[in-house]
Design a protein around this ligand. Structure first.
Ligand SMILES: Cc1cc2nc3c(=O)[nH]c(=O)nc-3n(C[C@H](O)[C@H](O)[C@H](O)COP(=O)(O)OP(=O)(O)OC[C@H]3O[C@@H](n4cnc5c(N)ncnc54)[C@H](O)[C@@H]3O)c2cc1C
Length: 419
């Protein structure tokens, strides 16, 4: 089975340049740590993300240099996201929405003209991106979406509502997905914030992820010029599903960071806090918690790195195609075996990594709160915020039940697909 072969090709050596980039991400994270914590308690967007991370190029880390990014590979990007995840899934979610399910969708599917229009501005931080797929009645099953579009002269008219859209309150540009009012086929669109008929409202009362802003987005006969169609008519679902490969990878990478932070917080606390005459770290039952968190980190990180490498191979294959092959045909062409093998592998490894790492990080955060006792039951504690935030990672970018079904159908074969 191709998914489990090629272990010999795993090589996680980073170049000096890549290592120094991850060091710059580390310094940026450290510099905003206190402010991020303050913003979390005040439930406000961290307005230092864009200037601080923009300065080191993190807002366009895996985007080609040709379009203003740093042009790093997916493993380097995953390592950067892992470091950001240590500061919390709230901060990491900003990057997942902006880059993983934002810019990378354009890098993979947009025309040359569209890439030039959007990627440099988003890589510099002049504009932030969002991905608007989910609707109140269409979550795990995007095929049931109600949002419609009609073709009218030189533009499309979009009607419908999306919800839970990360960065949606302020993103300058987003991709969204709607059904042809006639044929029912789903297409993808690039929508500018100032499009006539577009309105956003912040979603309130979230349980966690308090520095990232989610929006309800209303498309009230929203006018989208024809040239903002992403890919070809009818390719919307394929585009959305390919975005989710990157989204899952970023959630999984961030989850590794969450667990690392949990471990470091717990070690410091368990070694300094004494009860019954000795440090908590000397108690065997506390050591069980510590050991399980460590196992979560190691078991998740290798899944993430392997999935990142599979995703990179897919990227390199697509980049190596001739322009006319790239012009949307190859990706739908089931006869292109090489493409579909690479895509399936990247898709499945990302699903496995996300499923495992999100569950492991929630478990790690839960164990961490337990080690901290009452001190972990305050939102001012890092472990408490990890607990609240990592709960979301089991729901978004493909709820874990649906990912389990997806993984099972990959193993059993498509005829056993249950969703
Ligand atoms: C914090 C947060 C941020 C988000 N950000 C974005 C964003 O930026 N852009 C965006 O488009 N969306 C976003 N979402 C939406 C997210 O992708 C959806 O919440 C997710 O896909 C699940 O959909 P749902 O919430 O409608 O749950 P449902 O689809 O109603 O699922 C509810 C439960 O039923 C289970 N279930 C569903 N179908 C099956 C099945 N066939 N078999 C077994 N179990 C099943 C699910 O696993 C889940 O446990 C975000 C959500 C959250 C919570």
């Amino acid at each position: 089975m191709p998914l489990y072969s090629n272990l010999s090709q795993m090589n996680f050596e980073l170049s000096k340049e890549q290592r120094s980039f991850v060091d710059r991400v580390d310094a940026a994270c450290t510099s905003i740590r206190q402010y991020e914590e303050k913003c979390y308690l005040e439930e406000k967007f961290n307005d230092r993300i864009v200037p601080v991370f923009g300065k080191i190029g993190m807002l366009g880390c895996p985007i080609s240099k040709k379009y203003g990014g740093l042009g790093y590979d997916m493993l380097t990007y995953a390592l950067a996201i892992e470091r950001i995840g240590e500061e919390g899934s709230s901060l990491r979610t900003f990057f997942s929405a902006h880059t993983s399910i934002g810019q990378l969708v354009l890098q993979g599917w947009a025309s040359e003209e569209q890439k030039k229009e959007y990627l440099p501005d988003t890589a510099s931080g002049k504009s932030v991106m969002a991905f608007a797929l989910t609707e109140p009645a269409a979550g795990s099953d995007p095929t049931s979406m109600a949002m419609k579009f009609e073709k009218k002269g030189d533009h499309f008219v979009l009607k419908g509502k999306k919800h839970w859209i990360g960065n949606g309150t302020f993103a300058g540009v987003m991709t969204t997905y709607a059904k042809d009012a006639d044929s029912g086929r789903i297409s993808a669109f690039i929508v500018d914030r100032d499009s006539p008929g577009l309105r956003t409202e912040e979603m309130k009362n979230k349980m966690g992820l308090l520095t990232v802003k989610n929006a309800e987005i209303y498309f009230d006969n929203c006018i989208v010029p024809r040239k903002k169609l992403l890919g070809k008519l009818g390719q919307g679902l394929n585009i959305a599903y390919s975005a989710l490969i990157d989204g899952r990878l970023s959630v999984a990478a961030g989850a590794v960071g969450v667990m690392k932070d949990c471990l470091s917080e717990c070690m410091a606390h368990a070694k300094s806090r004494e009860q019954h005459g000795s440090p908590l770290a000397k108690k065997q039952l506390i050591q069980e918690h510590i050991a399980r968190i460590a196992v979560g980190i190691e078991s998740s990180r290798w899944l993430v790195y392997r999935a990142a490498m599979a995703r990179q191979k897919l990227h390199e294959y697509v980049e190596g195609l001739k322009q006319e092959e790239r012009e949307w045909q190859t990706r739908l062409d089931r006869n292109n075996k090489e493409y579909s093998t690479l895509r399936n592998k990247a898709d499945n490894l990302a699903a496995i990594a996300k499923f495992h790492a999100s569950n492991a990080s929630f478990e790690a955060a839960n164990r961490s709160v337990q080690i901290f006792g009452s001190f972990g039951y305050l939102k001012t504690a890092r472990v408490a915020r990890h607990f609240l935030d990592s709960r979301a990672t089991i729901i978004y970018e493909g709820a874990n039940e649906v990912l389990e079904l997806k993984i099972a159908s990959q193993v059993l074969g498509d005829s056993y697909r249950t969703y």
